[in-house]
Design a protein around this ligand. Structure first.
Ligand code: GLC
Ligand code: CA
Length: 550
């Protein structure tokens, strides 16, 4: 595909979690063949790019985020030919391919690590981060891994510990070693040559570990204190310059953003790193801290911060978060209204929208009945830690159910046939029983469905540059559950209003009038008056306003 300058700005990117998308060979696990079968579905939805979570060879300790061979396809997902068929089918339909690059760590089964752990003087000895034990024989320091427990693991053969920020089967790569970096850059070039259009770069904020005392990881979620150190930015710039810029590929980095400076460092054109950033927030933190007020504040701040020289990745869901309608909306009484409202919010903000599989159907959280039903390593560790700390089983399970990443990973709900049409066999993770009411087949036929609402949003975005390039201005009160803003480009001004609550609320804006043109809304008859609109539960609407009367 051709990659014009800034091409990523007009995209609508759809994230596929391959394990849960569609099973093409009947073994209960989603795969590339299944993905290819659903390309027409994606075309019909209207998305212009697909980001697939990792499909490389992996022992699946962290579902593909532990890679044992970056040049091979995971057996369960198919072969390189299957990948190429998917690529060709996508490109024929004008859909770009974004691969997930996991470069902070590899699997402990990767050949580099298998060699590295053998001795202190083998050719791969410095590919990972090894340290001598502390004087008492324990770990070199008290750092904790993101998934719980120590971030260090002892290896007999070397008499040393290696560092792992995630599971112990995910040893961190040593980016300060020239050969490691060259090896990594060759992997990227390999995929460039295969015709990939861009990358989502996983957990990339910690390449420089700051082990010399600049960082501290001794608290749970302490990763932010060792994020974004000088060496991390140096390594990213080097990688982007050598492997990404020559082909003008798209990049989105999954990073830690603590302030405006971090956002600019990662995503301004001037700094030469990524085109956009996905800011990582642990699900448990997001569940506890989100609010419409916080959304308003953050959207305004990061708009101001990047409007001159940067761009935004917009997402409400991914494979690491609970389902958006369950988290930010109401997945019962106002299920359809709130799912549409969230979609409209996502697509009308400045930036490139990322839609996570099933979001376009309003798929909801499924609290699996017992801890044995869970697959996610993070959920299991979390549950067992709670039990160890004295929590009752029911309490630990309830917590795990609300934060589990498996909420987003239950199989895609295609139709009302057994296993939701995902697979003829028992799926690797249970299907949400609500698939008989929530599924793609029904929604594709129903003009009032969430799916068709997403279709409309995507068409609007393709046809109206104001949605992509318009200036952004927050309006209305900073407090309260209504998020409203204008987007303006030339003569055109659109006002978007979203009610993040189940209450009826009047929203006032001097340029609203009874006959303002309604671009899109989730209720049939928006209640527009002179200077105000009466919002119903989870109502969303976009209207064209005229600023002339000002
Ligand atoms: C990222 C991924 C997550 C994975 C982790 C370790 O946060 O999104 O799924 O577990 O990195 O690779
Ligand atoms: Ca399969």
């Amino acid at each position: 595909m051709r990659h014009e300058k800034d091409w990523y700005k007009d995209q609508v990117i759809y994230q596929i979690y391959p394990r849960s998308f569609k099973d093409g060979n009947g073994d209960g696990i989603g795969d590339l063949k299944g993905m290819a079968e659903k390309l027409d579905y994606l075309k019909e939805l209207g998305v212009t790019a697909v980001w697939m979570s990792p499909v490389y060879a992996s022992p699946n300790v962290d579902n593909g985020y532990d890679i044992s061979d970056y040049r091979q396809i995971m057996e369960e997902f198919g072969t390189m030919e299957d990948w190429e068929r998917f690529r060709d089918g996508a490109h024929e339909r004008g859909i770009a391919i974004i691969m997930d690059l996991v470069l902070n760590h590899s699997s402990d089964r990767h050949q580099w690590f298998r060699e590295s752990k053998k001795s202190r003087n083998n050719p791969f000895r410095d590919y990972y981060i090894w340290r001598d034990p502390a004087p008492d024989g324990g770990a070199p320091n008290g750092w904790l891994s993101v998934f719980g427990g120590s971030a260090w693991e002892y290896v007999e053969e070397r008499g040393q510990y290696y560092l792992h920020f995630f599971a112990k089967e995910q040893p961190d790569l040593n980016w300060d070693n020239d050969e490691t970096r060259e090896g990594i850059f060759d992997i990227i070039r390999f995929w460039n040559e295969k015709g990939v259009d861009g990358y989502r770069v996983d957990a990339i904020s910690y390449l420089d570990k700051g082990l010399d005392g600049r960082a501290d990881m001794s608290e749970a979620f302490g990763t932010s204190s060792c994020a974004n150190l000088e060496g991390t930015h140096r390594h990213i710039k080097d990688m982007v310059k050598k492997t990404i810029k020559p082909d003008n590929l798209m990049t989105v980095g999954e990073v830690i953003i603590r302030n405006d400076q971090d956002a600019r460092d990662y995503t301004s054109a001037a700094s030469g790193e990524f085109d956009m950033a996905i800011a990582f927030v642990p699900p448990i933190v997001e569940i506890k801290t989100w609010s419409p007020e916080r959304f308003k504040r953050e959207v305004e701040e990061n708009y101001e911060c990047l409007k001159e020289d940067g761009w935004w990745a917009r997402f409400l869901s991914n494979h690491d978060k609970p389902r958006q309608v369950s988290l930010y909306g109401d997945d019962k009484r106002y299920w359809k209204e709130s799912a549409k409202m969230l979609g409209c919010y996502l697509h009308t903000l400045p930036g490139t929208p990322f839609v996570y599989q099933g979001e376009e159907l309003g798929m909801t959280n499924y609290g699996l009945p017992s801890i044995e039903d869970y697959d996610d390593i993070d959920t299991k560790n979390y549950y067992h830690t709670m039990i160890q700390e004295g929590a009752a089983k029911e309490e630990a399970l309830a917590q795990a159910q609300s934060v589990s990443r498996d909420n987003a990973r239950t199989p895609m709900q295609w139709d009302e046939s057994p296993n939701a049409g995902f697979s003829p066999s028992r799926p690797w993770l249970p299907v949400n029983p609500n698939y008989t009411q929530i599924n793609a087949r029904q929604q594709m036929e129903d003009p009032d469905s969430i799916f068709q609402f997403y279709q409309k949003l995507i068409v609007l975005r393709k046809e109206n540059p104001v949605m992509v390039h318009g200036d952004f201005r927050l309006c209305g009160p900073k407090e309260g559950p209504v998020i409203a803003y204008t987007r303006s480009l030339g003569e055109e001004t659109w006002l978007a209003v979203h009610n993040f609550s189940d209450r009826e609320i009047w929203f006032e804006h001097e340029n609203v009038s009874e006959d303002s043109l309604v671009i899109i809304s989730n209720y049939k008859d928006p209640k527009l008056k002179e200077g105000a609109v009466q919002l119903r539960p989870y109502e969303t609407l976009v209207i064209r306003i005229s600023l002339q009367s000002n």
